[in-house]
Design a protein around this ligand. Structure first.
Ligand code: HEM
Ligand SMILES: N[C@@H](CC(=O)c1ccccc1NC=O)C(=O)O
Length: 290
C-alpha cells in the first residue's frame, strides 16, 4: 500500500500538538538561528548566503571545540587521561568536518566573490574571537591578537581570560611532572600569557615515552592524539590559505593584512613543537649536550 502511494502515513502515537510541550524548533531556538542570516549586498547576491552559512556553521563547530577543549584541560588537571582522550577524539572529527567544508566554499568562483566582496567592508575572519580562543587554549598565545576586539568588550573579556589561563599543553606538561618526569621548573611556572616556546628537555622526556611505549602507553597515546590535533589544525589552515588563493589571488585582505602571504606564515606556527622534534631523535643514539 505504502509503496503504491509512495507516502508514509503518520502513526497514531506521533505528537502533533506542541502548545504546552517542548518542540524541536523551540528546543533548538531555530527561529533565532534561522533568522540570523543577513546578506548585505543590494540587490542580494545569490552566493552571499553560502558565504554567511559557511562562516556561521564554522563558528558553531568552533563553539563546540572550545567546549570540548575546556573539558580536556580540566581532565588533564585531574589526571583523567581517558576523559581527555575521549574529548580529543570528538574534536578531531569536528576538525575533519571543518576542513572538508572548504570544498563547499571552493564552489564560489573569484568572479562571484568579487561581486559582493566590496560589501564586506573591513570585516574578516581575522576577527573571529572563537578561532583565536581555540589557538590560545592549544597554547599559541598572542596578546596582540586581542587588539582587534577593541570595540567588542565581551570578546576581549573572553580572550583575556583564556590568555591568562593555562593551555591544554601547559596542563599536559604539568601532568608529565606529576608522573615523575624531570620537567624543568621554568616550564612549570612559566608566564602562561605567552606562547609556549621550544624546550629540548621536553624532547628528552618524550624520547623516553616513545622508546618505552609499554611502560608509558597512556602517555604515548596522549602524545599521538596531540600530534593529530596539531596536524588537523594545520590542514584547516592550509585549506583556508589555498581557498583564499583561488578566490582572491594575491589581493590584500579585507582585514588589512597582506592576504595569502600572511596566512602562509600561520603555517609556521606550532602548538606542540617537541612532539614533532622527538620524531627526529627516535631510534638515534643520544647526543651528549656537553
Ligand atoms: C572566500 C572565502 C575567504 C577568503 C577570501 C578569506 C580571506 C582571508 C584573508 C585574506 C585573511 C587574512 C586577514 C585579512 O587581511 O582579512 C583571513 C583570515 C582569517 N579567516 Fe578567512 N577567508 C575566507 C573564508 C573564511 C572562512 C569560511 C573562515 C571560517 C571561519 C575564515 C576564517 C578566518 C580566520 C580565523 C582568519 C584568521 C587567520 C589567522 O589569524 O591566521 N575565513 N581570511
Ligand atoms: N578576508 C576576506 C573576507 C572574508 O573572507 C570574510 C569577510 C567577512 C567575514 C568573514 C570572512 N572570512 C574570512 O576571512 C577577504 O579579504 O576577502
Amino acid at each position: 500500500m505504502t509503496v503504491k502511494k509512495n507516502t508514509r502515513s503518520l502513526e497514531s502515537g506521533i505528537e502533533t500538538d506542541f502548545r504546552d510541550k517542548m518542540s524541536y524548533g523551540s528546543y533548538l531556538a531555530l527561529d533565532e538561528l534561522l533568522s540570523a542570516q543577513h546578506p548585505v549586498s543590494v540587490p542580494e547576491h545569490h552566493d552571499e548566503m553560502l558565504f554567511i552559512i559557511q562562516h556561521q556553521t564554522s563558528e558553531l563547530w568552533l563553539k563546540l571545540v572550545l567546549h570540548e577543549l575546556r573539558t580536556v584541560r580540566l581532565s588533564l588537571q585531574q589526571d583523567d587521561l581517558r576523559m581527555a582522550m575521549k574529548c580529543i577524539a570528538r574534536i578531531k572529527h569536528i576538525q575533519r568536518s571543518l576542513t572538508e567544508q572548504w570544498s563547499v566554499l571552493a564552489t564560489l568562483t573569484p568572479t562571484e566573490y568579487a561581486q559582493f566582496r566590496g560589501d564586506l567592508g573591513a570585516s574578516s575572519g581575522f576577527q573571529s574571537y572563537q578561532y583565536r580562543a581555540v589557538e590560545f587554549l592549544l597554547g599559541n598565545k598572542n596578546a596582540g591578537m586581542i587588539k582587534v576586539f577593541r570595540g567588542d568588550p565581551e570578546a576581549q573579556e573572553l580572550l583575556s581570560s583564556v590568555l591568562a589561563e593555562t593551555s591544554i599543553y601547559d596542563e599536559f606538561i604539568r601532568l608529565l611532572a606529576r608522573r615523575g618526569f624531570p620537567v624543568p621548573a621554568e616550564l612549570l611556572d612559566r608566564d602562561v600569557t605567552k606562547a609556549h616556546v621550544f624546550s629540548q628537555d621536553l624532547v628528552e622526556i618524550y624520547r623516553i615515552v616513545y622508546e618505552n611505549t609499554e611502560d608509558y602507553w597512556d602517555l604515548y597515546e596522549a602524545c599521538e592524539e596531540l600530534v593529530d590535533l596539531e596536524d588537523n589544525f594545520q590542514l584547516w589552515r592550509f585549506r583556508h590559505m589555498k581557498t583564499v588563493l583561488r578566490t582572491i589571488g594575491m589581493k590584500t585582505g579585507t582585514g588589512g593584512s597582506s592576504g595569502v602571504g600572511f596566512l602562509q606564515r600561520a603555517l609556521e606556527l606550532t602548538f606542540f613543537p617537541e612532539l614533532f622534534a622527538v620524531r627526529t631523535e627516535i631510534g638515534q643514539p643520544q647526543v651528549d649536550p656537553k
